[in-house]
Write a protein that binds this ligand. Sequence first.
Ligand SMILES: [Zn+2]
Length: 304
Amino acid sequence: MDSIYVSFEKCLKKHYAMGAFNFFNLESLQAILQAGEECKMPVICSISESAIQYIGLNTAVMMFETLSQNKKYPAYLHLDHGRSYEICKKAIDAGFDSVMIDGSSLSFDENVKLTKKVVNYANKQGVFVEGEIGVLAGNEDNVNNLESRYSNPEEVKKFVELTKVDSVAVAIGTSHGAYKFKYDQKLRIDILSEIEKLLPKFPIVLHGASTVDKKTIKQINIRGGKLKNAKGVDKNELMIICKDHNVCKVNVDTDIRLVFIASLRQTLRSSPKEINPRYFLSEAKESMKTIIAEKIFLFKGLKN
Ligand SMILES: [Zn+2]
């Protein structure tokens, strides 16, 4: 089985990105792992600090280890938006393959200092580290920023050289949550190209790249939901970014939440006499699996 380092190298070489999908319960984790196997592609199973609080760190690791046993294609366990050295260390000690240290809200020097500390510990255990520089707007679990700040390519280069991180998340106009582009942003592909010139063959990570499908939003809203003006990243633009740039990992959280909620709202309404929770959760799991498989193909440059 390829190590996470080898999987990233393959992404750079073959010009595609891996999907990093957030899980929050058993069904979402099953959906990610099953989609990876069916698409014959590696997947990254991401868990945020607040999802860890919900599930429990050891439970999350045990769930992942049990469910990913005997898989034909690689699956990696990743900490999403670790905000402190302590949480990254806990994840590394518990057996994560990869951690993200998000010091993006700190000053440049503080971010470098914190990221370097995590890299020093993680690399001794062979654990992959993602850093972040630049600020994404929006709201995702405990990550909440009103304004974005585009990454400065020179700063990104300096950050990578000083910290020796394995990958870097950059801000090019995407944002967390279901309401993207309301802060009058657009995707700045020019910044991405500039970073690649300064840091050739270095893995870049894109956060806040959910597409927020209009049909799913409609399904939620006609069944009692209230998601007004939800908007995401354009599918085609995303596919081109994965194919033509060094983006090796694209995070998906919001789109999974949306299909989960849409499915629950639909089945609860359509089966009012059903009281078996597994019926509703199985349907929701299938919806999550479908959207995850769609993303895996999209990041590989294939539209289905
Ligand atoms: Zn994120």
